[in-house]
Design a protein around this ligand. Structure first.
Ligand SMILES: O=C(O)CCC(=O)C(=O)O
Ligand SMILES: [Fe+2]
Length: 292
């Protein structure tokens, strides 16, 4: 395992060349925080209005925030602090925790990208990843804690490059600004709110909704003043689960836009297409004229 960024990157004067993102993918000028991204109060609406609001936000942005979700703010702060504490622990301690058989153990500790994303440059982040299997729901939940260290050159680096998540939805907690959403040709900043979860529509839900709900293209930028910790819970499926447009949403007048596939196939195709998300989406579309 390459050394964790957290162990060597403090007080660097310049960005090491391997972290310099190719010019066309660099963050460029700072994106404004968008006031259009909805913050939905789960405690304040009747169910019908709430469902409408969530559907609308999922169609329009593919990303929204929720407050009054029932998770105590103190617990969210404590969890964030545990993430920070973990990454500030002595390096040797962290690195002896990690080994080649991480996949079998159900957790991984790594720097830069996850294993299925092949990149010729590195992302400015460390990740601790857990895989939790919820047997009763027959689903899988991946929990990751990520840390983007204060970066010597935020305009040339990325915490995570632009991507869509492949799972059902992602539930995310962020403490410092960094998350951005791509919409209508521009990057919009997602406001960090200490009491909110960001909900991200991911590719499998776009497929299940037959393209009605849009998965959100997003990325993470770094900054030079603060380290950023985020916790993301990925609601996943067992790898052999068939993902396809729900029977209740397809009809002769609304034919399926995506073909059915095994969940694991998404990651295989993504890998075979060198992490090109658009090409991966196209691969699963029945008719490539279909809108995205
Ligand atoms: O750190 C974040 O806010 C988002 C991370 C992310 O997009 C991912 O890991 O898929
Ligand atoms: Fe993501």
């Amino acid at each position: 395992m390459a050394s964790l960024l957290s162990s060597w990157s403090f007080n660097l004067q310049s960005l090491p060349a391997t972290y310099v993102v190719p010019a066309e993918k660099r963050p460029g000028k700072p994106a404004p925080i968008s006031k259009d991204i909805q913050v939905i109060d789960l405690g304040n609406l009747n169910r019908g209005d709430l469902v409408q609001k969530i559907i609308q936000a999922s169609q329009e942005f593919g990303l929204f925030q929720v407050i009054n979700h029932g998770v105590p703010e103190m617990l969210m702060i404590d969890t964030d602090n545990i993430g920070k504490e973990f990454f500030s622990m002595a390096t040797e301690e962290n690195e002896t925790l990690s080994s080649a058989d991480d996949a079998q153990k159900g957790w991984k500790l790594y720097t830069s990208s996850g294993s299925y994303i092949a990149q010729d440059f590195k992302y400015w982040k460390d990740t601790l990843e857990h895989s939790v299997i919820l047997l009763r729901l027959a689903s899988k939940l991946g929990l990751i804690i990520q840390q983007d260290i204060a970066c010597p050159d935020p305009s040339s680096a990325l915490g995570v490059g632009g991507h869509y998540d492949g799972n059902l939805i992602t539930i995310l907690q962020q403490d410092v600004y960094g998350l951005q959403l791509f919409k209508d040709g521009q990057w919009l900043g997602v406001e960090p709110l200490s009491n909110a979860f960001v909900i991200n529509i991911a590719f499998a839900l776009e497929v299940i909704s037959n393209g009605t709900l849009k998965s959100a293209m997003h990325r993470v930028v770094t900054n030079s003043d603060y380290s950023r910790t985020s916790l993301a819970s990925f609601v996943n499926f067992p790898f052999d689960k068939i993902i396809e447009p729900a029977k209740s949403v397809v009809s002769p007048s609304n034919p399926p836009v995506f073909r059915g596939f095994q969940f694991k196939e998404f990651f295989e195709v993504l890998f075979s297409k060198n992490s090109n998300m658009e090409a991966t989406f196209e691969y699963f579309k029945i008719n490539s004229q279909a809108s995205k």
